[in-house]
Design a protein around this ligand. Structure first.
Ligand code: 6R9
Length: 558
């Protein structure tokens, strides 16, 4: 077959004839009829013709490479699982990682899933406050991290985390090797069912602390389907997902989907640097690339001089997720990379890509594309407790999805009431606003709530405001996303001081540094303004919308 012919040739026919039951049958399944993500992602390849194929390829910051075959990965994850078993960690227990893109993270994630535990990644750039909040909320039992991250972010809170029994330090020889010492042979893949919990992803809420969206092992059905049909993955591919594995994209498409599809997952341990990224794309012969609009815009900004001569002859497909993809970025991909960027849409709660520009469908820049086979999407408006579906083309409203599908979240942990509020009349309400055109394509309009999307990371204003208010000089704070041409939005804080406190530059800097120390660089405000009075409604609630409108107006003028 011509390697440019997409896996899914006729999406319209696939939509008509699709069933999730048939999609599940494409996976191997456990001998007793169960389903386990780690088994589908690794073990079934380790036992077949792909046993010695490259599962993971790490490109270290200094350019050296290190490869792990499916057989080796299977052995390492089973050893990790066996150790979890021997220390009494079982089905449903939460295993967190607080790590960068390093080999141990992949072993721990898959090992936890093989054990039947719930894998919960925490982004390494989170500060001590969000880390503690997530460990507490998830009742984490095991944390896999580095000595430094443990000492600075977790140790001070340890007394408040009674459920956290085991700390595995990957850079402490004794600690990590204990998790690789138990023999791997035997029955270490737990007999999980499709409904047993597998993944816990924290996502920001508009009010209160982060919410823990819980997914079952059934997610792997959607990862397999979307991996093949949306990202066009096949076993010969070298796939690079630039999302950090501390977030949902970095787990679902930066670990699970490419392995389930039998591809080689490339992991770049270095940071963003345009020249380096181009050389990874070219020298590692990346065939499928999944990235974010912010990253594309950063490459656009870096200019064409850095592009390698001869381009990227192996690159077959490029897609992005996380924020609106502007038409210029789609076009830039076609010119600079030789492949247009295909927008895809999904959320932590949906567990997998739901709307996408499929490789076989004509690409319309600026649109998120169409629902993938197996997903029904619509535009709706609320009427009391009900939803009215807007069928007229081009009407704008709430983006809703017909529930359920295999990767749909099963609950927000310890907050079932909040979970139930996300549904009405059999539809899941995404919190996004969108438009659907006459051809059935969806166009992103905006969020219904105050959540901030900065460089693809979802940030809850409440979490930031609460930390700012803990500063002794601050009486109240309002946090918004300020439009930014590269990052989409940046976190901007407006802070009201206690009476009698002098608002000067050194205090402003002190508050910024305070927030950064506690929240970490990924969540802390980039800009901060001291103000006499924040805009409030009659009951005293801060009007973030007013702050935002002021910012947008100023941005337009400037
Ligand atoms: C995977 C992920 C979800 C929110 C989502 C929406 C925004 C995602 C988008 C997009 C415009 C796209 N979003 N994809 N907006 N176009 N193609 O990002 O999950 O962190 O939970 O964020 O991101 O607002 O509701 P998550």
């Amino acid at each position: 077959m011509d390697h440019r012919t997409p896996n899914l040739i006729d999406p319209a026919a696939a939509r008509r004839g699709f069933s999730w039951t048939a999609a599940r049958d494409e996976l191997t399944g456990l001998p007793d009829g169960g389903l386990n993500v780690a088994y589908e992602a690794v073990s079934r390849h380790a036992a077949g013709p792909r046993a010695h194929a490259e599962a993971l390829r790490f490109v270290r910051a200094d350019g050296r490479r290190h490869s792990v075959s499916y057989r080796q990965l299977d052995d390492r994850m089973r050893r990790f699982a066996a150790r979890l078993r021997s220390i009494g960690v079982g089905k449903g227990d939460v295993v967190c990682t607080l790590l960068g893109r390093q080999p141990e993270l992949y072993v721990a994630a898959l090992g936890a899933l093989a054990r039947g535990a719930v894998f919960c990644p925490l982004f390494a750039a989170l500060g001590p406050e969000p880390v503690e909040a997530r460990l507490a909320r998830g009742h984490a039992r095991v944390l896999v991290t580095t000595e430094r991250a443990y000492r600075t972010k977790v140790a001070p809170a340890r007394e408040r985390l009674p459920d956290l029994r085991h700390i595995v330090l990957v850079d402490d020889e004794t600690s990590w090797s204990a998790f690789q010492a138990d023999p791997s042979a035997g029955d270490e893949i737990e007999g999980t069912s499709a409904d047993d919990p597998a993944l816990l992803h924290f996502t920001s809420g508009t009010t209160g602390a982060a919410k823990g969206a819980l997914h079952g092992h059934a997610v792997v059905i959607a990862h397999h389907t979307t991996g093949r049909w949306v990202l066009d993955l096949r076993p010969c591919d070298v796939f690079w997902c630039t999302a950090d594995p501390g977030w949902v994209t970095g787990t679902c498409y930066g670990i699970i989907a490419p392995l389930v599809c039998g591809a080689t997952l490339l992991v770049d341990e270095g940071g963003f640097e345009p020249r380096r990224w181009y050389s990874v794309l070219r020298d590692e012969s990346v065939t499928v690339w999944y990235t974010a609009p912010t990253a594309i815009r950063m490459l656009m900004k870096a200019g064409p001089d850095l592009l390698p001569t001869g381009g990227f002859p192996k690159l077959r497909h490029v897609a992005s997720v996380g924020e609106p993809l502007n038409a210029e970025a789609v076009q830039w991909g076609a010119e600079a990379l030789g492949r247009p960027v295909h927008d895809t849409w999904w959320q932590t709660e949906t567990g997998a890509i739901c709307i996408a520009n499929l490789p076989a469908e004509p690409l319309v820049p600026g649109s998120m594309g169409r629902p993938i086979p197996g997903i029904e999407a619509a535009i709706a408006r609320r009427e009391g407790a009900h939803l009215i579906i807007e069928d007229a083309p081009d009407s704008e409203g709430l983006l809703v999805l017909r529930a359920p599908w295999p990767s749909m979240f099963r609950t927000y942990v310890y907050d079932e009431a909040r979970y139930r509020k996300c549904f009405a009349d059999g539809w899941y309400i995404t919190g996004d606003r969108a438009r659907r055109d006459a051809e059935g394509r969806f166009w992103f309009v905006g969020r219904q709530d105050d959540l901030i999307k900065s460089s693809g990371h979802l940030i809850g204003p409440c979490e930031v405001e609460r930390t700012l208010m803990a500063h002794p000089a601050v009486v109240d704070a309002g946090v918004i996303g300020k439009p930014d041409p590269v990052a989409g939005e940046i976190v901007k804080a407006f802070v009201e001081l206690h009476a009698g406190v002098t608002p000067d530059e050194s205090l402003r800097r002190d508050i910024l540094a305070y927030a950064r120390r506690r929240l970490g660089p990924a969540v802390a405000p980039k800009e901060l303004k001291l103000t006499d009075a924040l805009p409030r409604n009659r009951s005293g609630k801060i009007l973030r919308r007013v702050l935002k409108a002021q910012e947008v107006e100023q941005g337009d003028v400037g």
